[in-house]
Design a protein around this ligand. Structure first.
Ligand code: PNS
Length: 163
């Protein structure tokens, strides 16, 4: 039984994330989508909302389950018995961001990191860009599940109403 962890903030989860998780599930017996919960970081969606969205979006993916985590990723991976972390790479910029974390995680616990090349359809898709574009009225529907898209539009409307 091999288990991997796909960690991230998922604020919110995009179809790019889903593609990586689905492909990771074909490489490992079980994949834990680990939603980083960090009270000190301000996000558009709360910890509970990000967990709910991730659970809804992956409900039909066999071998995938969702958990929240805080603290060191290596400690979480040890606790769930994961042999590897899976990360998607969209660009050289992603690689430069991810490589030191992969090396630090190896230093900390010997945890392996497996990089999966992003599909071209998702190379330009990130949670931050999706939030920015949607906030300015642009169409991001193709990059999100219908449930996540609806929540994003609702949250943007709430924030606008708050002023
Ligand atoms: O979606 P993100 O924001 O790129 O996710 C980053 C995340 C949560 C995967 C990363 O910040 C992380 O692993 N945090 C856990 C704390 C930790 O282990 N930090 C040291 C990394 S070497």
């Amino acid at each position: 039984m091999t288990r991997a962890v796909c960690p991230g903030s998922f604020d919110p989860l995009t179809r790019g994330h889903l593609d990586i998780v689905a492909r990771a599930a074909r490489l490992f017996d079980e994949v834990v989508l680990a939603v980083g919960v960090n009270a000190s970081k301000r996000r558009l969606f709360s910890d509970a909302e990000r967990l709910e969205m991730a659970a809804e979006a992956t409900a039909d993916l066999p071998g995938v389950r969702v958990e929240g985590f805080s603290g060191l990723l290596t400690d979480f991976c040890t606790a769930v018995g994961a042999v590897a972390v899976v990360k998607g790479l969209r660009s050289a910029g992603d690689y430069e961001y991810e490589l030191p974390m992969a090396q630090m995680n190896d230093h900390l616990s010997g945890l392996e990191t497996v990089f999966v090349a992003s599909r071209p359809a998702f190379t330009h898709v990130s949670s931050s860009l999706v939030k920015e574009v949607a906030g300015l009225g642009g169409d991001v529907e193709p990059f999100l599940t219908p449930a996540v898209h609806a929540r994003l539009l609702a949250r943007i409307a709430e924030r606008r109403a708050e002023g």
